[in-house]
Design a protein around this ligand. Structure first.
Ligand code: ADP
Length: 481
């Protein structure tokens, strides 16, 4: 039964008396109480506020019927009705109407009442004697809290960036319109469903793979319609994971145009450089040169060699990104790592560094281009050697999960600042906080990233300033031939 109370005579409002607690929010308040006296008092109190519309139901059945037609902004629940069933009733109400805050009405202020309110997910509680000031203050602040949370929900829902929240059990607890659109999930209720049932984008699923633990989860996601998104996964304790998606298709296109230009220039520069190097080598053969001239020739040679190395790196990048390395073989990653180490043992010895290897004899196979995979390992290990101090430590580990083989290269070098970390895989990016003797072009990690992506893998860094860095590469395992 629904008892409408609109006929009650409203109080005359004394604004001076209630300057602060007069509720300024337009809202519909529902009272659930079987007690006539309590219901009337609360109704009359609330009706003092012009913006408040008040309805009153006397039992849970009437509440259910009421909710089929109307959605109140707040429910005042008399805890004296069915006190034994209260916890279950509140649980069930919160589950079905999570957006309607409940204020518990008790008989007296007590610890057990506060506990029931908290456990029942109530936003506040009121108890006799019901004063205008007390009741209106609680209702106002509860409504204000609801309004704030609704505002945040609206902002999140309408953001152009995609937002998806997954709880610690792997179930979707929030998804906004932009994220739905990105993954073609425009209709249907996704809340509460396991994300693996709902999301089918392989890039995103690889990022969320629980067997791969990292603090810094971000990567690019390619969509079926050709768009590219930058995806950041942020773990939030006791909530789960917040995934934000930002479209970067236009940046990728700009990047492609820039790459094409750099490739063309690099290509045209290589031939004259080879000629310069050839003539520099001939200089000493065609006539006597004094020691100063020898010194100058050597400087020219070194400079031309370093420009040539830079151009070769740029051309390599261009080739990898253009997909020219399509020939791939089934290869054990462990063997590739050992092979690339061969060319670096002298550098490790000359810097008196300690190398720790944890590579099983049998490592899983990957489908890859052995030359490029070797180049990737070489770049990561040579960086570890370059940035670890003299006498420092380098550790190389190969391990695996069910689906992926994992290569980790760690050092106890200077580490990389959190601000630099997102950029170190960009071309020409050289981070701050580096030893002054560490020379380089800023292309090594860009090549690593391109190679890894060309092999459907992922690479990232975990680094603590002053303690060192660990670069992790993840590549999909293929069946052994
Ligand atoms: P570079 O030729 O400068 O080493 P990379 O592309 O290989 O270029 O690396 C980019 C930047 O990332 C480096 O300049 C350095 O600042 C940082 N970096 C790479 N590897 C490490 C490492 N093992 N320890 C600390 N910083 C590193």
């Amino acid at each position: 039964m629904i008892t409408s109370v609109h006929g009650c005579t409203p109080y005359k409002i004394n604004y001076k008396k209630f300057p602060v607690y007069y509720c300024m929010i337009d809202a519909h308040i529902l009272i659930l109480s079987s007690n006539d006296e309590t219901g009337k008092i609360i109704t009359q109190l609330l009706q003092q506020s012009e913006g408040l519309r008040v309805s009153w139901v006397k039992d849970v059945l009437s509440l259910e019927i009421f909710l089929q037609n109307e959605t109140p902004d707040l429910l005042i629940w008399d805890g004296q009705d069915n006190p034994e069933d209260l916890p279950q009733l509140l649980d069930s109400f919160n589950e079905h109407c999570p957006d309607i805050p409940v204020v518990l009405l008790g008989s007296e202020p007590s610890f057990s009442m506060a506990l029931s309110a908290l456990r029942g997910g109530c936003v506040d509680f009121i108890y006799p004697p019901f004063t205008d000031e007390g009741v209106l203050k609680i209702i106002t602040s509860s409504l204000q809290r609801k309004k704030k949370s609704e505002q945040s929900q609206i902002i999140l829902a309408r953001m152009t960036e995609g937002v998806l929240v997954i709880n610690s059990e792997g179930r979707v607890i929030f998804i906004n319109q932009a994220a739905r659109q990105a993954f073609d999930l425009e209709s249907g209720n996704l809340i509460g469903k396991p994300y693996k049932e709902v999301l089918h984008n392989t890039d995103l699923l690889a990022l969320l793979d629980p067997s791969i633990q990292t603090e810094n989860l971000h990567g690019e996601i390619s969509l079926a319609d050709g768009r590219v998104l930058n995806c950041q996964v942020t773990p939030i304790p006791e909530i789960g994971y917040v995934i934000t998606l930002q479209e970067i298709t236009h940046l990728k296109e700009l990047d492609r145009i820039k790459t094409d230009f750099v490739n063309a220039v690099s290509h045209d520069l290589r031939s004259p450089l080879t000629a310069i190097l050839g003539y520099v080598d001939l200089l000493e053969r065609v006539g006597e040169v004094n020691s100063q001239q020898k010194d100058f020739i050597q400087r020219v040679r070194l400079s031309v060699q370093s420009i040539t190395a830079l151009i070769n790196d740029l051309l390599d990048l261009g080739r990898i990104e253009a997909g020219f390395d399509s020939q791939k073989e089934i290869t054990p990653l462990g063997a590739i790592v050992r092979y690339s180490l061969e060319g670096l043992t002298n550098a490790i010895t000359s810097r008196s560094q300690v190398l720790e290897l944890d590579i099983p004899n049998e490592t899983p196979y990957v489908l890859g281009n052995p030359v490029r995979l070797r180049q990737m390992c070489f770049n990561l290990i040579s960086n570890a050697i370059k940035y670890a101090p003299i006498g420092g430590k380098i550790r190389i580990q190969v391990s695996s999960t069910d689906d992926h083989v994992i290569l980790q290269v760690s050092d106890n070098g200077p580490g990389i600042t959190p601000q630099d970390q997102p950029h170190i895989f960009d071309r020409f990016y050289r981070a701050s906080n580096q030893p002054s003797d560490a020379s380089g072009t800023g292309l090594g990690l860009a090549i690593v990233k391109s190679i890894v992506e060309d092999h459907q893998g992922r690479v990232w860094v975990d680094s603590l300033l002053g303690h060192g860095s660990t670069f992790t590469v993840l590549l999909p395992i293929v069946e052994r031939p």
